[in-house]
Design a protein around this ligand. Sequence first.
Ligand SMILES: Nc1ncnc2c1ncn2[C@@H]1O[C@H](COP(=O)(O)OP(=O)(O)OP(=O)(O)O)[C@@H](O)[C@H]1O
Ligand SMILES: [Mg+2]
Ligand SMILES: [Zn+2]
Length: 324
Amino acid sequence: MGYNQENYKRIREEYRTKYLRAYEEANRRMAEVHAKSPEIAAIDRELSMAGAEIALAVIGTGEGYKEKLAAAEQKNLALQKKRGVLLQKLGYPANYTLPPYECPKCKDFGFVDTKMCDCMRRELVMAAYESSGLGELMRTQSFASFDLSFYSAENGDRSRMQYNLDFLKRYAEDFDMQSDNLLFFGATGLGKTHLSTSIARRVIERGYDVYYTSAIGMFSDFEHARFGSGAERAAAEPTRYIDCDLLILDDLGTEVINQFTTSCLYMILNNRINLKRPTIINTNLTGKELQAKYADRIASRLFGEFKPLQFVGVDVRRRKLMAK
Ligand SMILES: Nc1ncnc2c1ncn2[C@@H]1O[C@H](COP(=O)(O)OP(=O)(O)OP(=O)(O)O)[C@@H](O)[C@H]1O
Ligand SMILES: [Mg+2]
Ligand SMILES: [Zn+2]
């Protein structure tokens, strides 16, 4: 569990050499400044000598080493000051020749002591967004953009959807490998995908590996892995459906059901349930339809292992279109 392993490996690898970029840039700037100002070049030579004196004084214990240290430090400070003035006269900021780290906190190492730095965590989250399969949806759909006023307050729809919203916000906030499996029921355009995406976003931010897929997309991936050739086959990644911390399987019931899709679905559900990896499934089908459409061994898992959430209301997709 945790970060998607491939992303993690790639980003760790990038960080291994990232700090070198700042060093190289500092060296380049140093050469540029020295070419323009022999005076600064001379100061830098003196500074490196002063640095050596400080180092010697620090390791020394002999007579008067404290005074020597203080004197060397004094000299160092004075030189730094003079250097800063000269740099600024040339039109450079005083810190121009220091390594320009992207993240001063960890100096582009990605870790502060043994703790992962926020910058690396952010990179991992960005990569996880990219590899989640959510793409564009992620940009527009969030808990914050979920509007309850689309649901009627008179007939009780709104209070049910308010319950769903509150429950799912908490679900995303508390998500871990003990979290329930969820089954979103309801007609088209009621916000099932919207709330699934919102959960994905939050759970990814919290450092989990989330994978979102439509049922049709998943089955075609399995077909490519099984029957495809060449690039198609290489691109198929059926293990992700089992490996990810949270799988979101959208639009179950839109696929053509045959022996192959049935055995794939059974394999996924069974594995994820046994490994205790949460899954969220969305469907337009009713409980009766699910029962009729899927083999018993699948239906019994859907009913026995998933908490159902009913989505109600009038097609929000259409209402939004009409309002335009
Ligand atoms: N409560 C809401 N507030 C704001 N936008 C919403 C709300 N519910 C749905 N939408 C928007 O309406 C469109 C349809 O919603 P969504 O895709 O979540 O429906 P769905 O229940 O998944 O439908 P389907 O069963 O057809 O897949 C999306 O653009 C979504 O962002
Ligand atoms: Mg949907
Ligand atoms: Zn950092």
